[in-house]
Design a protein around this ligand. Structure first.
Ligand code: MTE
Length: 362
């Protein structure tokens, strides 16, 4: 059985730094992902934290440095609940790796995305009580896990712009789907930054620092940067990469699975779509001929900038070979690029090319 209470069919990509996600047909059964199916992305082993000894420090460019126990955090600030989808910047990396090699990165399929109801306190309200000084432009987070890299040991960290940190959707969460946050998802406290790549939602957060510049932590300053497709692993100029923040519009076919052999007649195609920033999904189209002709898919569930939209479309197919394809638009009229070659990058982030699935109908 996979560890951390995950489902028997959870796809474990890595055991030590536990990493994995759910098979797509299970993942897309519900709008809110059960804990057992929620994907996990860790860069270090899961830390064991004694909640009574836990303290959260808010420091840096603030009028009052705060040091809060969990009880103080919960009693001094009102609860807030946000339903939000987390998506790793590495989601869909496998299609980029199939196009051209990507060195030393987890080969995610399409499962590095999940949705939960998060309860905690507003990050912005905590920052307001600390009194952010005008010199602060960014808010940096530090986790209690211990990453080992190049002979150094350090906590995972990242940052977001102050403006995003003060928005109502940014949370310090202690509950996931109405239960205490599981250890693997950040117990006792994690950041949730809806609309941003999952990497900014720091788990086991113990320190929040208001500062002029983005975090200099490896996971903000070096990793999770985008490079243009012409830069290979050998030719990367680190200065030419830019820090990832908001997600870009994306969509994936979850069913039918690639290489399915199906009976002629009516076929339901279904999957997920996700926007980014403060945008939501406006439209999803599906093609059975690789993108020559399209039909409009039905968007299921509720419209929200912070969550994915599950969708479905019905096709009638006669025997033959088909390339099912999906593309989405967001509310700012952004859409997905047609081919992986337009978005390939040496670190394998942010693949939002049209998603294609080959099937045979008999
Ligand atoms: N926070 C800490 N402390 N350590 C980590 O390795 N991984 C980040 C983020 N927060 C990470 C972290 C990444 S890359 C992602 S995509 C999300 O957590 C994944 O959250 P999940 O494991 O709860 O799905």
């Amino acid at each position: 059985m996979p560890r951390f209470g995950k489902h028997a069919r959870f796809i474990v990509h890595e055991e030590n730094c536990f990493n994995g996600g759910a098979p797509l047909e299970l993942l897309m059964q519900t709008e809110i992902t059960p804990q057992a199916l929620f994907f996990v992305r860790n860069h270090a082993p899961v830390p064991e934290i004694d909640p009574s000894a836990f303290r959260l420090t808010i420091d840096g460019d603030v009028e009052n440095t705060l040091v809060l126990s969990l009880d103080e955090l919960r009693s001094q600030f009102p609860d807030q609940t946000v339903t939000a989808t987390l998506q790793c910047a590495g989601n869909r990396r496998h299609d980029l790796a199939d196009y051209a090699p990507i060195a030393d990165q987890l080969n995610w399929g399409n499962e590095a995305i999940s949705s939960a109801v998060w309860t905690g306190v507003s990050l912005g309200e905590v920052l307001m009580v600390a009194g952010v000084k005008p010199s602060a432009n960014h808010v940096a987070f530090l986790g209690l896990d211990e990453v080992k890299k190049d002979d150094a040991t350090f906590g995972y960290g990242s940052s977001i712009p102050l403006g995003k940190a003060l928005r109502p959707e940014a949370l310090l969460a202690y509950e996931m789907n109405g239960e205490p946050l599981p250890a693997v998802h950040g117990f006792p406290l994690r950041v949730v930054v809806p609309g941003y790549i999952g990497a900014r939602s720091v788990k086991w957060v113990t320190r929040i620092t208001a500062q002029a510049q983005p975090s200099d932590n490896y996971y903000q300053a070096v990793a999770y940067k985008l490079f243009p497709p012409q830069m290979t692993a050998e030719s990367i100029d680190p200065e030419a990469g830019w820090m990832l923040g908001e997600l870009s519009v994306n969509s994936v076919i979850c069913l039918p699975a690639a290489d399915s052999i199906l009976k002629a007649g009516s076929l339901v195609v279904s999957g997920y779509a996700m926007a980014g920033g403060e945008r939501s999904v406006a439209r999803v189209d599906v093609s059975s001929d690789g993108g020559k002709t399209w039909i409009n898919a039905e968007l299921l569930g509720t419209d929200s900038a912070w969550t994915w939209r599950l969708w479905r479309a019905e096709l009638t197919l006669v025997p033959g070979d088909y390339e099912l394809t999906v593309r989405a638009w967001d509310t700012a009229a952004n859409t997905q690029p047609e081919a992986v070659r337009h978005v390939w990058n040496a670190m394998g982030y942010m693949n939002n090319a049209w998603h294609r699935v080959k099937i045979r109908v008999v």
